[in-house]
Design a protein around this ligand. Structure first.
Ligand SMILES: [Zn+2]
Length: 134
């Protein structure tokens, strides 16, 4: 149990360090991970703008976060709860008991939504979904 607590605390420490680093980087300083898909194709994927959205959330600028990546911003609270429950399950039981309870239909629905979002944000009529801020 001590090893699991140490592992979880180490993961939490690195996540907190990454968030602090992201918080103190300025707009457009390239703190995020460059998107290979965007660099190669010129199209936006579902994840484009996620690190900028996370930085905006850390600065409590939710409008800007939604403009950078709406799906990431809307899913982030659920992801945070999922990972907290996952860590709790890992510490208590030593295994992932949370993912077993999530339906594969639900997971596939999320994947379909993410793929559709990635397609839509490249269509000019849905340009407001592109990771830009006006
Ligand atoms: Zn991308």
């Amino acid at each position: 149990m001590k090893k699991r607590i140490f592992t979880t605390l180490a993961a939490a420490f690195f996540a907190a360090a990454a968030l602090i680093y992201l918080y103190f980087t300025g707009e457009g300083e390239g703190a995020g991970i460059p998107c290979m898909f965007h660099q190669i194709t010129g199209f936006y994927c579902s994840g484009c703008g996620s690190s900028r959205a996370l930085r905006s959330i850390l600065h409590l600028d939710f409008y800007r976060a939604l403009r950078y990546n709406a799906i990431f911003t809307l899913f982030l609270p659920f992801l945070a709860v999922y990972f907290c429950a996952l860590f709790y399950s890992y510490i208590r039981l030593g295994r992932d008991k949370i993912s077993e309870k999530i339906s594969m239909k639900f997971v596939w629905a999320l994947i379909v939504i993410a793929v559709l979002y990635g397609i839509l944000r490249n269509i000019p009529a849905f340009g407001f979904l592109a990771p830009t801020v006006i």
